[in-house]
Design a protein around this ligand. Structure first.
Ligand code: NAD
Length: 472
């Protein structure tokens, strides 16, 4: 695949510069924001199951300490390098600012193809990775809090929390050292699907703005919109599921092994079951196979959701993309050059550091839960239910009409943890979308949504650095 000639971190910075030019901040202050504060590259040995020893390369980057802890996922991929973790850490800083999560940005990674390691090997290297971070003070509830990313999930987070708390057993808030954990290890309901749910909320909200849809030549509303999703991991799988639930028509899916396309729509649950059974998307009944996976992105659709990796839509393939809207489920899937090409064609891009922020937002809720040691909704759920019942009783008395048991049960529900998490997620994503549109519109054609999201983040971080001053 032809990558654009500049690195991922340079691309993020190019987008930053474009937005910074629309602000009035001092160049010195902008330089402080843009720079990556710390990068730790380390190696350690792993004994493979067959007795061979391998040297593992790992990184953790903390981009900005204007708010602590820093926060960002851990990625297991052969593409991990210093530039990538710095770029992803920077995106985390801007992402947290856009959705008002009070953290700085960070990212970590181990350069491996996780599919070629056994579960025991992955456990050994995850625990060692955590141990190395502890040694250098690069992890902790108030320091730097990792989460899942490409190639990692709740299982790896459980190994990390276990290793961290074994090394610091007296730390009362130790479980807050990492988020995205299994529920039994201090995780929060709704975190696993939060990023995909957030991407779907954002897509739906964008489709509801009639003025923007008109400019794209589309009718308002998500119902009936044709969607292609790339990557069926944590983000892509949940995005596809929620978009279908809300009435979108899934016409294409793209994975490692190739892509499938059916203009009449794919039954996502059946495709998922087919892939579990055959280990491949290909040969799904009724759909056309596309052997070159990148060509899957170029098929007819209204909305494209790249949710696999960075650099998927470049200057080379951008002219062949037919979607009118691209929602960046992955971090950095559209290069800055490709963004320009697509903008010239009027394609609406909903940028990564807003679109996929649902994950870090719910991670923030998990962190709060861990610090308070109590499940959200535990104390008020029953109280709320009883209050609603009292209101319904009053209405019955006043109207002399009785509600049915079912009506009472439906109306008198207190919020549990999942309700509260999903409510906080939806409210934040929807509110932020309208703020970004407003910033874009204020800049009279000089800003797209990506630039607007950078302007929003830069303004918020700048105030923070100005208030803090420079130490010493
Ligand atoms: P994942 O490992 O769960 O899934 C990635 C999926 O992409 C896998 O199914 C893999 O087979 C597929 N894939 C890999 N390379 C591909 C290619 N070239 N073409 C098509 N498919 C390919 O990872 P994830 O957590 O879903 O992360 C995906 C992206 O979303 C990454 O950019 C990540 O940084 C970003 N992201 C993740 C989260 C999160 O909460 N997990 C939050 C925000 C952003």
């Amino acid at each position: 695949m032809a990558n654009d000639p500049i690195s991922f971190f340079e691309q993020v910075n190019r987008n930053f510069d474009r937005a910074a030019a629309l602000t009035n901040h001092h160049p010195g202050l902008l330089a402080i924001i843009k720079n990556c504060n710390s990068v730790y590259h380390f190696t350690f040995p792993l004994e493979r199951d067959n007795g061979e020893v391998e040297v593992i390369h790992a990184w953790r980057a903390e981009h900005s300490h204007h708010k602590l802890p820093t926060k960002g996922g851990i990625r297991y991929s052969l593409g991990v390098n210093e530039d990538e973790v710095m770029a992803l850490a920077a995106l985390m800083t801007y992402k947290c600012a856009v959705v008002d999560v009070p953290f700085g940005g960070a990212k970590g990674g181990i350069r491996i193809d996780s599919r070629t390691y056994s579960k025991d090997e992955l456990e050994r290297l995850t625990r060692r990775y955590c141990f190395e971070l502890v040694k250098k003070n690069f992890i902790g509830p108030g320091i730097d809090v990792p989460a899942p990313d490409f190639g990692t999930g709740p299982r790896e987070m459980a190994w990390i929390v276990d290793t961290f708390t074994a090394l610091a057993p007296d730390k009362l808030e130790g479980t807050a050292c990492v988020t995205g954990k299994p529920i039994a290890q201090g995780g929060i309901r709704g975190r696993a699907e939060a990023t995909g749910r957030g991407v779907a909320i954002v897509t739906c909200e964008a489709c509801n703005v009639a003025e923007d849809m008109k400019a794209l030549g589309l009718t308002p509303g998500l119902a009936g919109k044709r969607v292609i999703v790339q990557g069926l991991g944590n983000v892509g799988h949940n995005t596809a599921k929620f978009l279908v639930e809300q009435g979108a028509v899934l016409v294409g899916l793209v994975e490692y092994e190739g892509a499938i396309y059916n203009p009449k729509g794919l039954d996502y649950e059946k495709v998922w079951a087919h892939r579990l059974e055959t280990k491949s998307l290909l040969d799904f009944p009724g759909a056309a196979n596309i052997a070159n996976r990148l060509e899957g992105l170029e098929q007819e659709c209204d909305i494209l959701v790249p949710a696999a990796l960075e650099n998927q839509i470049t200057a080379e393939n951008a002219p062949r993309i037919k979607a009118r809207m691209i929602v960046e489920g992955a971090n950095g899937p559209v290069t800055s050059e490709a963004s320009e090409t697509l903008a010239e064609r009027g394609v609406l891009i909903i940028p990564d550091h807003y679109a996929n922020a649902g994950g870090v937002l719910v991670s923030y809720f998990e962190w709060l839960k861990n610090l308070s040691h109590v499940r959200f909704g535990r104390m008020e759920k029953r109280f709320e239910e009883q209050a609603y019942r009292r209101i319904l009783k009053t209405v019955e008395r006043k109207t002399q009409r009785a509600f049915s048991e079912q009506e009472i049960a439906d109306a008198a529900q207190g919020a549990d943890e999942l309700d509260l998490v999903n409510s906080g997620l939806e409210d934040t994503m929807v509110t932020a979308y309208h703020r970004l549109r407003e910033i874009r519109n204020q800049h009279d054609g000089k800003a797209d949504l990506r630039t607007a999201a950078f302007v929003d983040a830069i303004d918020k971080i700048a105030v923070c650095y100005q208030d803090l001053g420079i130490f010493p």
